[in-house]
Every structure is written in structure tokens, then in C-alpha cells.
Design a protein around this ligand. Structure first.
Ligand code: UT7
Length: 323
């Protein structure tokens, strides 16, 4: 049976754009290095009045408007973030309050850059079991708040933003051409903790901490894990790589996107790339890229769209859906 359907998308970015050239005035880096090694040209960085929740609320409102549905119809909010406004309560509950749809289910998911995939899979499962009829699934981050701005190996890579989708319970009757989620695979490997983590937290240091990453090792794992999980979902669903209309990947590095697509024989012009504008926005990157490709007319009804991501934990996953 085809799973839940995305009926609207939205996104929000902080007002301030920081170019590579501006960063090069603060840390020992250059526009040439960042562009050549990552594809990133700029990122949006939150001002003090912009938080994960304000971005999430704006993205959620845009997704509701796009779907043409009222906030009061939302019975479930799943928000993926590694940078919540507060340790608790969940940022999802702030979104719920701002939208005025109190009373339903609202919680956060922590799977860092794969967070949106984890959130989408969780929301789909809850909708399939009848726990709610319509959900908001949000990826929202202010990673700039946990960057070490003196560490050039990480601070140039990330940006802030939010993306959201309205997800509706599966149709009662579906066939092979029906819109909805066709296949999902999620994975985690806790042995790889030290390759990508934050060196603080409430229970360990009572501080927020900073992002630490062994970039080249993460890069190698990312290409292998992403290619593997894409193959798994293709096999599960009986879809071949050349039948995909679009791949919407987590936007960490343009070279990871190229290498993964090459491994699977997917044409680069089917891969949605927004890393040049947004940098790595962690859990927000997939829904931001999805919203971009939908609003510019690339993704059309009936298209086969593969979402994929990999991040700290390690966690990784992929979701295939028909638009
Ligand atoms: O979202 C979660 C998943 N995250 C990822 O997927 C990130 C995966 N990793 C990557 O994208 C890449 O490994 C990076 C972009 C982080 C780094 O690119 P790289 O080609 O692997 O570079 P490297 O770390 O091997 O560094 C090459 C050189 C080093 O200098 P030496 O030792 O060759 O002299 C670094 O010190 O580049 C130097 N370097 C920089 N130079 C200028 C590192 N960062 C910078 C910088 N500006 N910002």
C-alpha cells in the first residue's frame, strides 16, 4: 500500500546572507577553497531575534498555505532539529502553540542531518496507524549557534534555515501510480560517534558545546552509506535508478552528491542541488531543497522522488515517494 502523501511544502531562511568572502575576513579560509571543496557560495545566518522555532513556524505556515489547509486540521507535528530553542520542551510544541492547533501530538526528533528523514518516517507510521489524519513534518536548525567560529574546518560548512511539509494519511484505495511514500529505510551506527558530534550537552558538560567533525572520514562513510541505502529502497520498491525523476539529497557537499549519483548511475541533472545557496542546514536541508525544486516547477505530480540524508550518529536513510 502507498503511504502518506505530501500535500504542501514551505521553507524559511534567516534574513542575513553571509558569503564566503565575508567569512574569509574572519577565519583563515578563501572563497576558492570553500567553493572548490564543497560547492558552497553563501549561507543564511540567524540574527538574534531568529531562532529554530521562528524559522520552523514560518516554514510551517508556508507549507500550510501551499497545501491550502487550516492549521486546526493538524493533529501531529514532528520537528527534526539538533538545535532546539530549549533543552525542553520540544520546539514542536512552540510551533503548535504559534499555529494554534493545540491538543494533538507534537514532539522533536534528534537525528541531526538525517532528522527530516527520521521525522518523515515517524509521521508516516503514525498516520498509517490512524493516530492522526494530517501532520506537519519540519526540519529546522540554527546550527550557527553551535559552531566554533574559530574552527575553519567546520564553521564554513553550515547555515541556518527551516523546511516543512504537510503530510496526509494514505488514501483508502491506492494503486502503483498513486501519490505517497513508496519505501523507507533508516539506519544508525553508534560506533561512529567520534567522527561527527557536539562536545557538550546538558547531562555531560552543562554547556551547549560545539560541532566537531573529522570531515574526510565522514565524507567517505557518507558516499558508501548513501549509495547503499538508496539501493535498498530501490530494491524494496522494485524501482530502478533510471526511473527516478528527482533525487533530493541532504546538502552537505556538492562532491558527495556527485559521487553518490555516479555510484548509482543517476544523471547529475536529476539531483536537486541547493548547497551553493544554503550550505549544510542539517535537518532543514532536505525539506529546503524539496521546497525549492517544487516551487521552481522541477518536481511535478506523478514524479518519482528520492529523499536521502546522512549525519551525526551516524544516522542515515532514504525515502522514495511518488509526488
Ligand atoms: O552533514 C553531515 C555530513 N557531513 C558531511 O558530509 C561532511 C563531509 N566532509 C566534507 O564535506 C569534506 O571532508 C570537507 C569539506 C569537510 C573537507 O574537505 P576535504 O577535501 O576532505 O579537505 P581536508 O579536510 O582533507 O583538508 C584539506 C586541506 C587541509 O590542509 P593540508 O593539511 O592539506 O595542508 C586543511 O587544513 O584543507 C585545509 N582546510 C581548509 N583550508 C581553507 C580545511 N578547512 C579549510 C578551510 N579553508 N575552511
Amino acid at each position: 500500500m502507498t503511504g502518506s502523501r505530501i500535500i504542501g511544502t514551505g521553507s524559511a531562511l534567516p534574513r542575513r546572507i553571509v558569503t564566503n568572502a565575508e567569512l574569509a575576513q574572519k577565519v583563515d579560509t578563501s572563497d576558492e577553497w570553500i567553493t572548490a571543496r564543497t560547492g558552497i557560495r553563501q549561507r543564511h545566518i540567524a540574527e538574534p531575534d531568529e531562532t529554530t522555532s521562528t524559522l520552523a513556524i514560518a516554514a510551517a505556515r508556508a507549507a500550510l498555505a501551499d497545501a491550502g489547509v487550516e492549521a486546526s486540521s493538524i493533529g501531529l507535528i514532528v520537528l527534526a532539529t539538533a538545535t532546539p530553542d530549549n533543552t525542553f520542551p520540544a520546539t514542536a510544541t512552540k510551533v503548535q502553540a504559534a499555529l494554534g492547533c493545540n491538543g494533538g501530538i507534537a514532539f522533536d526528533v534528534a537525528a541531526v542531518c538525517s532528522g527530516f528523514l527520521y521525522a518523515l518516517a515517524t509521521a508516516d507510521s503514525l498516520l498509517r496507524t490512524g493516530m492522526a489524519k494530517r501532520a506537519l513534518v519540519i526540519g529546522a536548525e540554527t546550527f550557527s549557534r553551535i559552531l566554533d567560529w574559530e574552527d575553519r574546518t567546520t564553521c564554513v560548512l553550515f547555515g541556518d534555515g527551516a523546511g516543512a511539509v504537510v503530510l496526509e494519511a494514505p488514501l483508502a484505495e491506492t494503486d502503483a501510480g498513486s501519490p505517497g511514500i513508496l519505501g523507507t529505510r533508516l539506519h544508525a551506527d553508534g560506533d561512529q560517534h567520534d567522527l561527527l558530534y557536539v562536545d557538550g550537552g546538558p547531562s555531560s558538560t552543562q554547556t551547549v558545546g560545539h560541532v566537531r567533525m573529522r570531515g574526510p572520514e565522514v565524507f567517505r562513510h557518507a558516499v558508501v552509506n548513501l549509495a547503499d541505502v538508496l539501493r535498498e529502497v530501490l530494491e524494496d520498491t522494485g524501482v530502478t535508478a533510471d526511473q527516478l525523476d528527482w533525487v533530493v539529497p541532504h546538502q552537505a557537499n556538492a562532491r558527495i552528491l556527485d559521487a553518490t549519483a555516479r555510484k548509482l548511475g543517476i544523471s547529475p541533472d536529476k539531483v536537486v542541488v541547493t548547497v551553493q545557496d544554503h550550505a549544510n542546514t542539517s535537518a532543514a536541508s532536505v525539506p529546503l531543497a524539496l521546497d525549492t525544486a517544487r516551487k521552481d516547477g522541477r518536481i511535478k505530480p506523478g514524479d518519482l522522488v528520492m529523499l536521502e540524508a546522512m549525519g551525526g550518529g551516524f544516522t542515515w536513510g532514504a525515502v522514495l515517494l511518488r509526488w
